[in-house]
Design a protein around this ligand. Structure first.
Ligand code: HEM
Length: 301
């Protein structure tokens, strides 16, 4: 999380600079990374210090046992098996950078999605009894080892998807998509090599898709519609779409549902203000409001 926090600090460059020229915005970000007071390099050094002995040991084992060595199945091993990796002299900066990027992609997203879910749940008492009843049915002893049980929590899933729809990023999914110059029917042009992002609000708050009142929170919007949170579609881009859609989403959703189910059963959860505090938007990225959540232990009946 320290890494994610540091990365988000870098984003605090005024977007208006991009209106003067995208290059100025890009350079301001790079300058902060290179010369600003940012701890990312320090964190990367810590990661290298931790992984170096582990990698050295693995390479030693590989040299000693050859094909008889059974390597662990994990991200470090995946990176070591990439073509071009120099096993005599591994590039620790590259490996640690990759691991940090995966950590960033998987942890900060899951934490903020869970917080958004909890803030929505805590401020909407009209759903409490019904969702608690569902958790008691499918999670009777808090031992959620069966993924089938989790997939049966359809109300929880629908509520989670609605929370993510209304609190996700405003602008995201930036890809360099234009292999050649692109001309739209309305005359707009994109030069070759442009970075293109999607204004997600146009999708997630679209009244043709979510009308007549797309801003309204409807926790059971997706119930019975065969539209689970894990399903990527043109209507729901929280996990992206297409070739680069998030490969970790099913894991993340199960994780969020597991945790939420246990918390809903154990605690009465409220926000301090009893309202849904709004998220903060910085450079198009949505951050949950830091207002405290209050957990009161439920008395056993
Ligand atoms: C609620 C949690 C998560 C959210 C909201 C989320 C969201 C996203 C989004 C929006 C993308 C970009 C898709 C695109 O560029 O079109 C993405 C990509 C990715 N995510 Fe996640 N993610 C989550 C959890 C995870 C987890 C737990 C992992 C790994 C265990 C993970 C691994 C990745 C990877 C490796 C990519 C890059 C895929 C590619 O470029 O082909 N994510 N994620």
């Amino acid at each position: 999380m320290n890494f994610s926090n540091e990365l988000y600090k870098l984003l605090k460059v005024p977007e208006s600079l991009g209106l003067i020229h995208p290059w100025i915005f890009q350079q301001s970000l790079i300058m902060r990374f290179r010369f600003g007071r940012c701890k990312i390099k320090k964190l990367q050094e810590i990661v290298i210090e931790k992984i170096k002995p582990e990698i050295e040991e693995r390479l030693r084992q590989e040299r000693k046992f050859g094909n008889n060595w059974k390597p662990p199945v994990d991200c470090i091993q995946y990176l070591l098996s990439q073509p071009g990796v120099d096993k005599e002299n591994p590039d620790y900066v590259w490996i640690s950078g990759y691991l940090l990027a995966i950590t960033f992609a998987s942890m900060s997203t899951t934490v903020s999605s869970t917080t958004n879910f909890l803030l929505d749940f805590a401020s909407r008492p009209e759903y409490w009894d019904d969702l608690l009843e569902e958790q008691e049915k499918f999670n009777p002893n808090d031992k959620l080892t069966d993924l089938d049980q989790i997939s049966k929590m359809e109300k929880l899933d629908s509520f989670l998807k609605e929370a993510l729809r209304l609190t996700g990023n405003v602008f995201s999914l930036i890809h360099r998509v234009t292999g050649s110059e692109l001309k739209f029917s309305n005359g707009y042009q994109l030069p070759r090599g442009s970075n293109v992002g999607i204004y997600l609000k146009n999708v997630h708050y679209d009244d043709e898709r979510y009308g007549p009142d797309p801003n309204k929170f409807d926790g059971y919007r997706y119930l019975g519609k065969e539209s689970p949170t894990s399903k990527v579609s043109r209507d729901f881009l929280h996990f992206g779409m297409g070739r680069h859609a998030c490969p970790g989403r099913i894991f993340a959703i199960n994780e969020i549902k597991m945790l939420s189910s246990i918390l809903i059963k154990k605690y009465k959860i409220t926000t301090k203000s009893k309202k849904r505090p709004p998220n903060f938007i910085i450079s198009g990225v949505s951050f949950p409001n830091p207002e405290p959540l209050i957990f009161e232990k439920r008395m056993k009946a």
